[in-house]
Design a binder for this molecule. Structure first.
Ligand code: TYC
Length: 102
């Protein structure tokens, strides 16, 4: 600044942060009827996971009741949920997928 004898004389400014967009977790829910292989296929197809990653997440959902499949912007998360729900419905499986603000 200017005038204060203790002032180092360098203009310092704290960063004014641009708001970071909220992120959304996509959750997959367990049920008693959807085949395990179908869930693995969904995870590979819509979330770009390899077979072993997909199998691991499927087993977590099966054992714990739900798992986070990924974290995305609202638009991407909403699209993933819609794709999974539509694919499950077309195959007549009760698989549920939802999103939750982080
Ligand atoms: N619980 C199902 C079964 O025993 C498998 C399953 C896993 C279903 C994950 C849904 O999100 C799910 N066939």
């Amino acid at each position: 600044g200017d005038g204060d004898p203790g002032d180092p004389g360098i203009a310092l400014k704290t960063r004014t942060r641009t708001a970071k967009p909220p992120m959304y977790k996509v959750l997959l829910l367990n049920d008693d009827y959807t085949p395990m292989e179908f869930v693995v296929h969904v995870l590979e197809r819509f979330f770009g996971l390899n077979h072993s990653q997909a199998f691991e997440i499927m087993l977590t959902v099966h054992k714990k009741g739900l798992a986070v499949v990924g974290v995305f912007s609202y638009e991407i998360a909403e699209t993933k949920v819609a794709q999974v729900m539509d694919f499950a419905r077309r195959h007549q499986h009760p698989l549920q997928c939802t999103l939750e603000k982080e």
